[in-house]
Ligand binder design. Structure first.
Ligand code: ADP
Ligand code: MG
Ligand code: MG
Length: 903
């Protein structure tokens, strides 16, 4: 017969830490603490299997459970020298939930079970403390009525009429009547009267008397804990955290110890290290003469357990170390023992009963990003864990927290959000509203910090986006233009703030009744996707912690196999990425080199040219600009490879579409407006994503490819002469057929010969390769690799073309797909491993078969996504490339992939 009940107590236990599936986290760790000789009140755990049984059998228990519980109660009586239900010498118990994975605050616990008219006198006699007994009794009535008689019974009270709230009102009224504020100021007589009033109210409201039999109370509480697994909050929490419904909760029945027995008693919670900073010092809060939840419930201001834990609210209050030095010492020893044993920061609950310390819970403690990094590094130094373990301990998103200023969470708690949207770029920012990119540049040049607020953004806004501290859009999703650009620059960004009504002409942003004007200050939390009117303080990482970060990322580099490059188009971004550890550029887009001032003029001249000669002349004007751009980037990446992608977007993105602008353009170029209009109309495409772009441009207009190749290679040659080690890799985009690459490669090699001759630089190392982003290229990778010296999977387009999802239009149906689980995740954010991933794997395999030393990487949004990175590691790519601010995250994710492979 299955074993349903596991006892623990007096340095013995039938369970252990590894049995979380069966005993829940709380039960398993209580057992483990017993094995360690840590003082834990005796008790037993009813397994999660009983919960499963309970739900499969209409709320009944398996045969034999009652007998097992009786036996376990007898064990507790022996260890605790008091018996549950005994009128002379009663033992009280708590009945506690405990799932495999902690679900903080989601399920229920009842304390002081077993107090009733037959046991109260015995309890008073034994303790000589009537006040304490009635304090415990009123707590039992409150919790039991709430958890067992109301919630578990499925009673849905109206707002403000929950039994718990009603009983709290009774208690408040009593305190008012007595002219006191603290619960602890109520006397035994007050509490006694309150208990009577409580029981009357319970019966009145819930239609049943408060149970007066210990066994009835016990089984009522056990059933209620099982019921709480399917409580509304718990079910919602499981949906969010992805916890399966079948897991069920265990129930822990445990002898009560009392922190509310007077001034030599206390209750508290602690962390074995500081969870906010990671500092290796015991951290916690406590309250004298209190029970259970009092510390976290916020009824009284909790005291600090030691100097290091003090804050402004409790600086004047005594520490546990001062008030109960011996208990504190004992607790400190427990803390040390727990850390040595679990080799990780623990979150503990303790109670001191008349000077004696008891532990009630331990579990791995939650921590923020900076703390996670610091603890991981410190624990390696302390010899608690190895580097591989350290690397696994930090979540990729926690690194993100370290790299951006954040809105101060304390300030945020008391601020009223103005609007919500999607968290497209992490971190916090505060600045003045600007509604156009021109205004952004103007105000930024005048030294203001600005936040660009737009309905949505387009490539023409990029200059304004660059100078803005943060970007906010009313429309758009996580892969909208604003989101992509913001991620690239590590800018704070919130997109899809539907509540914003933006009136550029009037210079206003309206949200409900609030009207903000251009120039007003707002605060943006891009990590959560929230906007606030006015300025909230930001907190920035202190440099001391960078030391830990650098060492931590060093561990990652030792362990990873995947290389990490960056997507960067400008020298500043390249330099930033290099500081973050990028080992080269995996994607340098060149389109921005055609925008702005003189350049766009020349570009338009080129587009409107009627003969190849005219076109070549226009391109000649662009050459010096591009060459300078490349020099800047090659310098920033000296000694490291830089993959330059030839012009990719369709030409219509470079010409104006409005009539007035077209006329103006025609005028400045001395052309007939009608001819210009016709040319612009010609460029318009039904489906630009599948239109005249990528290498198709370079094939129709070889002058473009020649000019770009020349700019790249002359820049490299001239730098070589100066002794700068430039390593260009020229990448031809959107190749689907080997002949396309052959065509473009021939041009590039011709130009290379010309450049060598002209500059006299013979030793000019460079590679020619291709972006693999058309499914046909992946399928024919063998042939393509015979021409390409490297592949870079452009997984954005590859996803678009493999799934047949237009990147620009997917916003209208993809969210629904993800919600319904048709695709588990947005395939533009995390690579679709079964589909698109197959093409990556197959393309790599066929490519390498044809050319064993083929370098294979990936550029595109997926290069910075941890799950995708793990996939690219498994497929055996050489490197991933991602935006500068994702580089540290990619280093970590690559290391984690390597570590979990060997594990
Ligand atoms: P949660 O999972 O919500 O933290 P717990 O089961 O841990 O719920 O209990 C709630 C509070 O009651 C905690 O502060 C805990 O320390 C306290 N508590 C639980 N059991 C006992 C007990 N046997 N003696 C004293 N305090 C207890
Ligand atoms: Mg707890
Ligand atoms: Mg592409």
């Amino acid at each position: 017969m299955a074993k349903y009940v596991y006892t623990f107590g007096a340095a013995r236990a039938e369970g252990r830490a590894g049995m979380k599936d069966l005993l829940g986290g709380k039960g398993a760790n209580l057992a483990e603490m017993c094995h360690l000789g840590i003082p834990v009140p005796a008790g037993f755990t009813i397994t999660t299997e009983v919960c499963t049984y309970y739900y499969e059998h209409g709320g009944t228990y398996p045969q034999g459970l009652r007998e097992d519980v009786e036996k376990a109660l007898a064990f507790m009586a022996e260890v605790m020298e008091a018996r549950f239900g005994d009128p002379d010498n009663p033992l009280l118990v708590s009945v506690r939930s405990g799932a495999r994975q902690s679900m903080p605050g989601m399920m229920e616990t009842v304390l002081n079970v077993g107090l009733c008219s037959s046991t109260i006198p015995g309890m008073v006699r034994r303790t000589g403390n009537e006040r304490f007994v009635y304090d415990s009794y009123r707590r039992l009535i409150m919790m039991y009525a709430d958890v067992v008689m109301e919630k578990a019974a499925g009673i849905e009270p109206a707002e403000g009429e929950a039994i718990r709230v009603q009983l709290e009102h009774l208690m408040d009224a009593r305190k008012k009547e007595k002219g006191v504020t603290a619960d602890t100021d109520l006397t035994a007589d007050d509490l006694k009267a309150l208990c009577d009033a409580f029981r009357r109210r319970v019966e009145e409201v819930l239609g049943k008397p408060f149970p007066d039999d210990p066994m009835d109370q016990l089984w009522g509480a056990i059933g209620a804990v099982f019921q709480s697994w399917n409580g509304k909050r718990a079910v919602q929490y499981r949906r969010i955290e992805g916890i399966p419904d079948e897991w069920g909760t265990a129930v822990n029945v445990q002898a009560m110890v009392f922190g509310n027995m007077g001034e030599r008693s206390a209750t508290g919670v602690g962390f074995t290290r500081n969870p906010a900073t990671g500092e290796n010092s015991f951290y916690g809060e406590w309250l004298p003469n209190a029970q259970g939840e009092d510390v976290v419930a916020g009824i009284r201001t909790p005291y600090a357990i030691n100097e290091a834990s003090k804050n402004d609210a409790n600086r004047h209050l005594p520490t546990l170390e001062e008030a109960m030095p011996e208990a504190y010492q004992e607790l400190l020893e427990v803390r040390n023992r727990l850390e040595r044993h679990y080799r990780d920061m623990q979150d503990i609950e303790f109670t001191v009963q008349e000077g004696r310390v008891w532990l009630l819970q331990t579990r791995t403690g939650k921590r923020n990003g900076p703390a996670a990094v610091r603890m991981a590094v410190d624990m390696v130094d302390e010899g608690l864990i190895d580097k591989a373990e350290a690397v696994i301990r930090v979540k990729p998103n926690q690194l993100d927290e370290l790299l951006h200023p954040m809105v101060d969470p304390a300030a945020e708690r008391s601020a009223r959000p103005l609007a919500r949207g999607l968290p497209a770029g992490p971190g916090g920012a505060t600045g003045r509203i600007v509604l156009t990119p021109e205004r952004a540049e103007e105000r930024a040049a005048a030294g203001e910090t600005v936040i660009l607020v737009r309905i949505e953004t387009s490539p023409e806004d990029v200059h304004g986006m660059h100078v803005a501290e943060a970007i906010v859009t009313a429309k758009g999703g996580m892969t909208s233009h604003a989101a992509l650009v913001a991620r690239g620059w590590g800018k704070t960004c919130v997109v899809g703030c539907g509540a914003l009504e933006i009136d550029v002409a009037a210079g206003t942003v309206t949200v409900g009744d609030t009207v903000l004007r251009e120039g007003d200050v707002i605060t943006v939390n891009g990590t959560k996707g929230v906007l606030y009117a006015g300025e909230l303080p930001l907190i920035v990482l202190d440099p001391e912690r960078h030391e830990h970060l650098a060492r931590f990322l060093g561990f990652c580099d030792e362990l990873r196999r995947l290389g990490v490059r960056t997507n960067a188009d400008r020298p500043e971004d390249a330099a930033q990425a290099r500081r973050f550890g990028a080992e080269g550029i995996g994607l340098c887009r060149t389109e921005h080199m055609f925008f702005g001032g003189e350049r766009i003029r020349a570009m338009r001249e080129m587009i409107l040219a009627e003969t190849p000669e005219e076109r070549a002349r226009a391109l000649e004007k662009l050459l010096p600009y591009q060459k300078e751009d490349f020099k800047g980037i090659f310098r920033a990446m000296e000694g490291l490879p830089v993959t330059v992608r030839l012009l990719d977007p369709p030409l219509h993105e470079f010409v104006p579409h409005e009539d007035a602008q077209i006329r103006e353009l025609a005028e400045t170029m001395g052309k007939d407006p009608e001819a210009v209009r016709t040319r612009v109309a010609q460029l318009r495409e039904m489906n630009p994503m599948l239109g005249h772009r990528g290498c198709r441009l370079g094939i129709s207009y070889p002058e473009i490819t020649r000019m770009q190749a020349r700019a790249v290679l002359e820049a490299a040659a001239e730098l070589r002469k100066e002794g700068v080690d430039a390593r260009p890799e020229i990448m031809v985009p959107l190749v689907g057929h080997v002949a396309e690459l052959q065509d473009q490669k021939r041009l590039i090699l011709e130009v290379a010969e010309e450049v060598k001759r002209a500059t006299g630089v013979d030793d000019l190392p460079f590679l020619v390769g291709t972006m693999v982003e058309v499914p046909r290229a992946a399928l024919t990778a063998g042939e393509i690799a015979s021409e390409a010296e490297f592949f870079s999977f452009g997984t954005n387009d590859l996803t678009q073309m493999t799934c047949g999802f237009s990147r620009d239009d997917a916003g209208s149906f993809l969210p629904v797909y993800v919600e319904r689980g048709i695709y588990p995740k947005d395939p533009f954010q995390s690579i679709d491993q079964e589909g698109v991933g197959q093409l990556v794997a197959l393309g790599t395999e066929r490519g390498r078969a044809a050319r064993p030393d083929l370098k294979v990487g990936v550029c595109g949004e997926h290069g910075g996504d941890p799950d995708s990175i793990a996939f690219f590691h498994r497929v055996g790519l050489d490197y991933v490339s991602c935006s500068p601010f994702r580089v540290p995250i990619a280093r970590l994710a690559a290391a984690q992939a390597a570590v979990s492979e060997t594990a």
